[in-house]
Design a protein around this ligand. Structure first.
Ligand SMILES: [Zn+2]
Length: 452
């Protein structure tokens, strides 16, 4: 608790009478008021008289969640018809679903997807999205469209365009340029990274260009790694090395790199990641849905964040499902599993935003705050927060959300945009998107073809 002295009362708002999760990991919980001063947490304690107050009795106040690997462009795929034979392999899922959807995206669909994904995330208590975008027929300016849509809703973001050689050298070049351009001008709630699809769709030359872009812009590469065995087999055929050694030799594996999945990796490869200081993002629901296996990072004790891989923006659901999947295979998985991973995602996003206190509710931290309607059945404290998180919380309890001190969700509704209109616009664009997609054949990029 800190002193309330010196607080600008006129610029403050007290969230009064809550149980406050000051930090997720190590857990820190107290009964207190949270006073927001401008875009920051002013202090956590007893609000002084005269400060405007919002009654939060019966609530649990938590730091906003970070989705460390998302694809906002997938937001309009929910319920999408699939007229082709059901894909049977990971490669076929990409060829038949995602590499058709991304080629069907135009600027209107990109904006409608970003609005839908951003609104869904906020409603689930997710205040920061680290996104990985692809739209091969609308590359230039695509990151601006996403950044502006998310900022309109009040979502904090880290954006990149996933560079790939699968759609030819001109598009790979345009995608690198889009990352460079956006990284050079990102501001407000949006920041940039350098995006890359995966080793198995990237030549040595393109990997070198990605490493150069990251180095020159003092950024890291956000890339899918060994999501399926196909990535490892391809890397060994291209380079005589596994994926992580190939990426390390190319200069991709740095302290600022963000490695999504890392399912099919071994101990020496995990040592490479540890030595580089890179961050891994596990996406348990996506991995289960694609039947690609259980990542050994499920049991890592540090350096691992959580993402949804485009399923939705619900980190409550992701962290709970991931925990249960981990427990199914190893009953000694600690209850703090979800909290440690969510804290790591906030640490990574905070480093990119220049906000080392992102993800904690301490004085000076950005005021990214979620109010959950949770009159707890038993007292909540630091020792049992993990139990309440796993067995008691859900995104359906989200009442209010603040990002940078702005109230962006009030009683479950966006204060920035009309949620019904966002849904209508999404539905209109989904119709156009699905119609265009029906005209696009499965992608002919097939890594396995070059092996035989
Ligand atoms: Zn992904």
């Amino acid at each position: 608790m800190t002193e309330a002295r010196g607080v600008d009362v006129a610029a403050s708002l007290a969230l009064r009478g809550a149980t406050v999760v000051v930090a997720l990991h190590p857990a820190e919980v107290m009964e207190a008021d949270v006073v927001l001063v401008g875009d920051r947490i002013g202090y956590v304690g007893t609000a002084p008289a005269g400060v405007a107050a919002r009654d939060c009795s019966g609530t649990l106040i938590v730091p906003g969640n970070v989705c460390a690997h998302h694809h906002a462009y997938s937001a309009l795929s929910r319920g999408m018809p699939h007229h082709l034979a059901p894909p049977q392999t990971f490669t076929q899922i990409l060829q038949q679903v995602w590499w058709r959807l991304d080629r069907a995206l135009d600027e209107r669909a990109i904006r409608a997807s970003a609005l839908r994904a951003g609104l869904d995330a906020l409603r689930c208590g997710t205040t920061t999205i680290i996104d990985h975008h692809s739209s091969p027929n609308a590359i230039d300016g695509s990151l601006d469209i996403i950044g502006e849509a998310l900022a309109e809703l009040g979502v904090r973001s880290v954006l990149c365009y996933e560079v790939s050689d699968r759609d030819g050298p001109a598009r790979a070049e345009a995608a690198i340029a889009e990352n460079r351009r956006f990284l050079g001008r990102a501001r407000g709630l949006a920041r940039g990274m350098v995006g890359a699809h995966a080793s198995f769709t990237l030549s040595d030359e393109t990997l070198a260009a990605l490493a150069d872009a990251a180095r020159s812009l003092q950024s890291g590469v956000h890339i899918h790694v060994a999501e399926d065995e196909v990535d490892q087999v391809d890397a060994r055929r291209r380079s005589d090395h596994g994926v992580l050694e190939r990426l390390d030799r190319a200069g991709i594996l740095t302290r600022m790199a963000l490695l999504a999945h890392c399912v099919q990796v071994n101990g020496p490869e995990m040592d490479l990641v540890r030595q580089a200081g890179a961050t891994v993002v596990c996406n348990p629901r996506s991995n289960m849905n694609n039947a690609v296996g259980l990542s050994p990072y499920t049991y890592a004790t540090s350096g691992v964040a959580l993402g949804t891989d485009g399923i939705d923006g619900d980190l409550m659901a992701e962290s709970q499902t991931g925990y249960f999947r981990a427990r199914e295979a190893e009953v000694l998985t600690p209850a703090s599993w979800p909290l440690a991973r969510l804290a790591e995602g906030a640490r990574f996003a905070g480093a990119i935003h220049g906000e080392p206190l992102l993800g904690v509710l301490r004085p000076g931290a950005p005021a990214d705050v979620v109010v959950l309607d949770y009159p707890a059945p038993t007292p909540v404290c630091a020792d049992n927060l993990a139990g309440h998180w796993v067995f008691g919380l859900s995104s359906g309890l989200v009442r209010d959300v603040f990002v940078g001190g702005e109230l962006v969700i009030e009683n479950g509704r966006s204060t920035c945009l009309d949620g019904i209109e966002v849904a209508r616009e999404g539905a209109r664009e989904a119709g156009r998107l699905w119609a265009r997609m029906a005209e696009i054949p499965p992608h002919d990029f097939d890594p396995e073809r070059s092996w035989t």
